[in-house]
Design a protein around this ligand. Sequence first.
Ligand code: DMJ
Length: 641
Amino acid sequence: MTTPALLPLSGRRIPPLNLGPPSFPHHRATLRLSEKFILLLILSAFITLCFGAFFFLPDSSKHKRFDLGLEDVLIPHVDAGKGAKNPGVFLIHGPDEHRHREEEERLRNKIRADHEKALEEAKEKLRKSKEEIRAEIQTEKNKVVQEMKIKENKPLPPVPIPNLVGISGGDPEDNDIREKREKIKEMMKHAWDNYRTYGWGHNELRPIARKGHSTNIFGSSQMGATIVDALDTLYIMGLHDEFLDGQRWIEDNLDFSVNSEVSVFEVNIRFIGGLLAAYYLSGEEIFKIKAVQLAEKLLPAFNTPTGIPWAMVNLKSGVGRNWGWASAGSSILAEFGTLHMEFVHLSYLTGDLVYYKKVMHIRKLLQKMDRPNGLYPNYLNPRTGRWGQYHTSVGGLGDSFYEYLLKAWLMSDKTDHEARKMYDDAIEAIEKHLIKKSRGGLIFIGEWKNGHLEKKMGHLACFAGGMFALGADGSRTDKAGHYLELGAEIARTCHESYDRTALKLGPESFKFDGAVEAVAVRQAEKYYILRPEVIETYWYLWRFTHDPRYRQWGWEAALAIEKYCRVSGGFSGVKDVYSSTPTHDDVQQSFFLAETLKYLYLLFSGDDLLPLDHWVFNTEAHPLPVLHLANTTLSGNPAVR
Ligand code: DMJ
């Protein structure tokens, strides 16, 4: 049905509303009153809109003066208070007018040209085929990936490589010693070659199953732990082809952008330590670059309320957490306290103080804390900053914290007195409360648990013999002889723990209880997993005393490893050192190549190979050079080569 109101009086239809040029006079007579009213309404709405727009338009005087020149002359705004002093209202007069117009014109032209150009580009894009657009996107993508790669492998700033004394050589004059050294090198070849064949790229090797092996400390990815850990040993043994092979794998495959949760401590001592040592020995930049890339990935572990790092961190997400078994969510002393050497070197090499600050923060925090009997408990809660269980040990959970205090001092060319003092204080408390003599006259280091001394010493604690000897020089008044002697006593006790077994290899842990001395009691403590600590101590004692007994004891251990741990697919740990028919655990630990074989090789080398006044070994036996920081402070600038 048609609405009558829409019908014109003449019976003609009203043409649709024309918003073009006004045509009122012509139609007026033909429009009915209501239609006129509607038109009037629309018109008045339009006028109101225009007025509104006029009032709400931004005040052009508040904006820049070249507002497309709608005013002929900009009138001076002389205000009683501010007047022409106000630069915001600086106005243009007479002779300037021409220049002003020219400037406006120039701007207008520029805006027009820019618009036209953008329009052309857009049209051009639309004319392209899908394939062409896709190809362009791909090229752009490749460019970005390429740029990222260049950035990732960008050489770091040049630094002075400290005086690298004795990175090869050490050839013994004595034939017998030379042969022994050759034998150790052959053992290294056997371990490496089998890993190369059966476990390449995996973290470790199963020498009997002949396949790769890994544990949770390395996370879920294959990070070639054995390759990185073994590099410097290969280098000092002159196994250069093998070294190059490892280097190539690292260049092509070692990637830390993986969704994998690793142990901060283990990755630091084995990977960062191993890469830094390989860098210093070979001068190959790639090792330094990889070490820094990895360190970046560890930094989120320090994001805790106290700055004490988590034990584990996910390399991709940066999320950290602690071991479920550690006292009430605590971090472990030997883990967060064994970062200093590597982190100081990272700051030294990069000029980035972030690493140095992280470890110094830990030190400062520890200095402020009360210590029961002067002893450092093994557990510290990173949320509350309070100690966990009162358990102190120089073996597992505590060990390398003390080692790194001493080595921080040595590595600083003996200028880090704060570290030396902390070491001296700690060692005095340990001697007072934990070091005892057994009935049979063996000196051992026990463990302190809630006010009670457990007369048990771990294989791990045997490293302390070497540490006491290394720290003898520079110790408090008249004590150098005492500490060297103490180191020798620990070496003797640990040798006894080897000698009292069927395989002449030491157990994981041994007791001093009544008639039992330096012997493991529990079945679960009878294993030997190719650990280095006893041989490490022999080597330090050899360097400081040249007493032939240390070479002899080291050779005994090498022969026992050869006889009971060697299998055709590499070397394996054994489950019970008291059983003359060994059962293998089928794991070739990466530290066997990093430490055990390296210390044995050094034991049968001259002192000119990696001399101790130029090199400090990290806790995984990776040698790092002494930094002469008196000349080159950690100022935030990498020094120049
Ligand atoms: C190594 O990874 C290091 O020496 C660490 O400090 C503790 N012990 C193992 C080997 O036994």
